[in-house]
Design a binder for this molecule. Sequence first.
Ligand code: ZN
Length: 319
Amino acid sequence: MKYFLALIITSFLFVGCNDVSSQNSATNVEIDRDQLLRDIQILSSDYFEGRKPDTRGGFIAQGYVIGRFAGIGLNRISDTYTQPFQTVNQRTNEEFNHAANVIGYIEGTENPDHYIVVTAHFDHLGTSNGDIFNGADDNASGVGGMFAAAEWFINNPPSTSLLFIGFDAEEQGLRGARYFIENPVVPLESIVMNVNLDMISLNTENRIYAVGTYHYPFLKPLVENATADAPIDVLFGHDSPDLPPGEDWTMSSDHGPFHSVGIPFIYFGVEDHPHYHTPTDIFENITPEFYYNATKTIIETIREFDSQTEVIKEASGRF
Ligand SMILES: [Zn+2]
């Protein structure tokens, strides 16, 4: 198994070697468009068998995230990038004994002891009745976006430390994020906020939601400032308890456990679409230009959060 994993990781490392940058005048952030699309295409390929924890495809997905973190040059918290855990789906009672979050960081130049945590879950639903649930938008897209952000900040060092986490077992009830909050690798008191990416590649109306400002209104002007010239529309909402069931996304993805302990969050995601949690959530059905622009917009927003860390710390009342 170890040899197999090493082989997988080594073969994927070459995927990361590409320094051709794309440019868009609407934003200062430049990212490698081909690499972004390659990451989502690979992670959502049949080879990964739907990336369910404790399956062959799930292990390959873990290995891919480790390989990309290493290739990008993220630091490890310990001697490994992984945070292994065992968990149970509280709804189905299904057990997972070999789940693992993948964690790397970039040290901040001015606030090395505080962290903005950028997250995206790499697991998905696996297979059912011979159908592979490839999970291109959900959430190979967020993972690819997270890689692009990591790469960008390696080249443009942040002032506050950035912790990047590929969460496992999100589809089993946010298990990876809950495990991290219960077993944090850095003190929870040092986490300034969470930026979660889940489903950022498929929208025909050029719209993405920045969820969380209902709970943390001081983040809204920062998001507005960062996205004023964005090539896509950034909408607010989906975070009020007054909304009909299912429309409040406060606990719908891995930002939920952060919010549960009072850590501010912004969650970037699109409206549900017909491919959501079906075997047709495949690479061919994403909207590549939107994905590219959404990723750049998210990086621009993280950059704003980084430059306004003191404002966020003050306003959150946690420091
Ligand atoms: Zn998801």
